[in-house]
Design a binder for this molecule. Sequence first.
Ligand SMILES: Cc1cc2nc3c(=O)[nH]c(=O)nc-3n(C[C@H](O)[C@H](O)[C@H](O)COP(=O)(O)OP(=O)(O)OC[C@H]3O[C@@H](n4cnc5c(N)ncnc54)[C@H](O)[C@@H]3O)c2cc1C
Ligand code: FES
Length: 277
Amino acid sequence: MKENFIPERAVIRELIVENEQIHTIRLELLDKTRPFTFLPGQFLMLSAPHCGEAAISISSSPTALPLIDLSIRKAGELTTAIHKMQPGAQVGIRGPFGKAFPVENFSGRSLLFVAGGIGLAPLKGVIDFCLFQQELEEEAAQDMTLLYGSRTPSDIAFQEAIKKWQEQGIDCRLSVDIADEKWQGTVGLVTDLLDGCTVTEQTTALVCGPPIMIRFVIARLSAMGCTDEAIITTLERHMKCGMGICGHCHLDGKLVCIDGPVFSLAQLKTMDVMELG
Ligand SMILES: Cc1cc2nc3c(=O)[nH]c(=O)nc-3n(C[C@H](O)[C@H](O)[C@H](O)COP(=O)(O)OP(=O)(O)OC[C@H]3O[C@@H](n4cnc5c(N)ncnc54)[C@H](O)[C@@H]3O)c2cc1C
Ligand code: FES
């Protein structure tokens, strides 16, 4: 328990500038003897000296360990400080915390990923993990489709990853709210991309993004016939301890840091959450 309170030092090995708002830092623990593993969908508490701590989803797959990616959108004091850091700088991490996506149930399923903005970060780890399983031909998902919405073309993050996923056979469809003169793809909300999709009994949908997006996507998926158990999303609530002690992330009888952040729609329906409207 004690070790979960004390941040471990990690060094930034690589910096990937996704866009003006989102930086991915590729970390390695300084203490290489410390056993560290996680599952896709779990998060870390990230800290920097004198700048506080924040929950950040791990955006890489456990198969990439010992390297750990965190994709960080500039929001406040800590994330602004992290955006100024270069390779070689050190940060603190605690965790991993929280429930993961149920990757053990994805064998033979058609996975439909629906993300908005930084919401692709936790799903990126799942996609890379499932691709790794497909390569090994081990309890793998049958196929994967990604629907990804951004505000403008310059806000599209994870472009390198998306290009690689397309080459590896993932059907990636992108939309922007506001186009520029070069954009030839879909203009509109990410829900518009669902128009071209089919949902079957084999579909599991993983939805991640701002609460308003989650609400509309979930409603649409339900109308298309996706069951409550087959719609899985993540909730974002302010956290302090990350490990079920402080009560800061309390939500209608649940603690998001330990009961979530991953929840199925079936679970959400037992709770009073703004994501359901
Ligand atoms: C499970 C989980 C996973 C996350 N994953 C990621 C991720 O992968 N990438 C990412 O960029 N972000 C992620 N976040 C969000 C991130 O934790 C927050 O944006 C965090 O607040 C940033 O810290 P900061 O110190 O930079 O900003 P803060 O100083 O915390 O400010 C950020 C914003 O939150 C507001 N705010 C601050 N405190 C409160 C409060 N108590 N109640 C309500 N609003 C408040 C501020 O006004 C400001 O608008 C995740 C959050 C959770 C819970
Ligand atoms: S963040 Fe402390 S209980 Fe969840």
